[in-house]
Design a protein around this ligand. Structure first.
Ligand code: SF4
Ligand code: SF4
Length: 329
């Protein structure tokens, strides 16, 4: 069973037009993807070519311990064509949340794709519970899909994949599921399948443009350059602080004293309200969400969601510090 937005024998551009995406909008989108990738406008036609190629990769999209917010970040975008493009550019053979198939048909789609000589790319959302549990003392038994542990399925799928994209902080570093005391011993995929060709696209939620950019990079040039925690340098190479419009206030020691204060509204720095922008690497200030706004612009500190261990605050006081000021609201 395949999920596809394809319409008969039309080409990709025609399919998108039927979904209300004009060629002009499509090329504008490709230009934005090229910019997010750090390429000039001349790369936009290559983005368009990659996104409309007939040679669509098979994709298995797994959902482990998570809230499904990462899929939602794609499906609920203001621009309707981001989900259309992502679902059109790949052959999404298996996606536990949105696939129409259920039960044995769904299982068959997974097994058939894993056996397809063409190979496949895996996308994983959610952390992997690894603790021994249940009456059989089975490793990973806290999370099961169709009778198989998420642990077992993830290891098999990722080991067989040409590449794996971990989408969101739970799949990359365990996220909230891995927060202390972590009773399920939830882990990120790269910890469970070390050495596999994995690209981490963290964020809570992650920005869909970083996923599209990663897919386009994979289709045009192979796996992107990664940092030490497997994030594409093109998207996570600079800190949130590096590009924050409040930085001049940081440099002048002008810090907003409370949420909603006059100073916060004037754009003063949110560092003393818990902002983790200087320690957090992501492109939120430049790409924004829905290309409209991002947390610090809206008056909320960066909580460091794209860093390993952010929930417990490995280098800070974590969530308690972040909301210490809320008592004054
Ligand atoms: S608000 Fe945060 S990211 Fe922006 S300048 Fe202040 S510390 Fe840096
Ligand atoms: S501003 Fe910080 S916490 Fe918010 S999405 Fe970006 S990296 Fe995550």
């Amino acid at each position: 069973m395949k999920i596809s937005v394809g319409h008969g024998r039309d080409g990709a551009v025609e399919r998108l037009e039927k979904r209300g995406v004009s060629r002009r909008d499509f090329m504008k989108f490709c230009g934005t993807v090229a910019a997010v990738m750090g390429m000039g406008p001349a790369f936009a036609p290559k983005v368009a070519q990659a996104l409309t190629s007939d040679n669509r990769p098979n994709v298995i999209w797994l959902h482990n311990a998570e809230c499904t917010g990462c899929s939602e970040s794609i499906l609920r975008t203001v621009e309707p064509y981001i989900d259309a493009l992502i679902l059109d550019v790949i052959s999404l053979n298996y996606h536990e949340t949105i696939m129409a198939a259920a039960g044995e048909m769904a299982e068959k789609a997974l097994v058939d794709t894993m056996k397809d000589p063409k190979g496949y790319v895996a996308v994983v959302e959610g952390a992997v519970p690894t603790a021994v549990a249940g009456v059989n003392n089975e490793p990973g038994a806290h999370g099961k899909v169709s009778g198989h542990t998420m642990l077992d399925t993830t290891v098999k799928v990722v080991k067989g994949a040409q590449a794996t994209i971990c989408y969101g902080t739970c799949a990359t570093y365990g996220g909230v599921q891995a927060a202390a005391p972590n009773p399920t011993q939830a882990k990120g995929v790269s910890e469970v399948v070390p050495g596999a060709p994995i690209v981490n696209v963290p964020g809570c939620p992650p920005n869909p443009f970083n996923l599209v950019g990663t897919i386009v990079h994979y289709l045009t040039k192979g796996l992107p350059e990664l940092d030490e925690v497997l994030r594409p340098v093109a998207f996570y190479g600079e800190s949130v602080h590096d590009n924050c419009p409040r930085q001049e206030f940081f440099d002048n020691d002008q810090f907003a004293p409370s949420f909603g204060s006059e100073e916060a509204r004037k754009g003063w720095c949110l560092r003393k309200l818990g902002c983790r922008g200087p320690e957090t690497y992501n492109n939120c200030p430049t790409v924004k969400f829905n290309q409209i706004n991002w947390p610090v612009q809206a008056g909320h500190p960066c909580i460091g969601c794209s860093e390993p261990g952010f929930w417990d605050g490995e280098n800070w006081e974590g969530i308690n510090y972040m909301y210490a000021d809320l008592t004054e609201i």
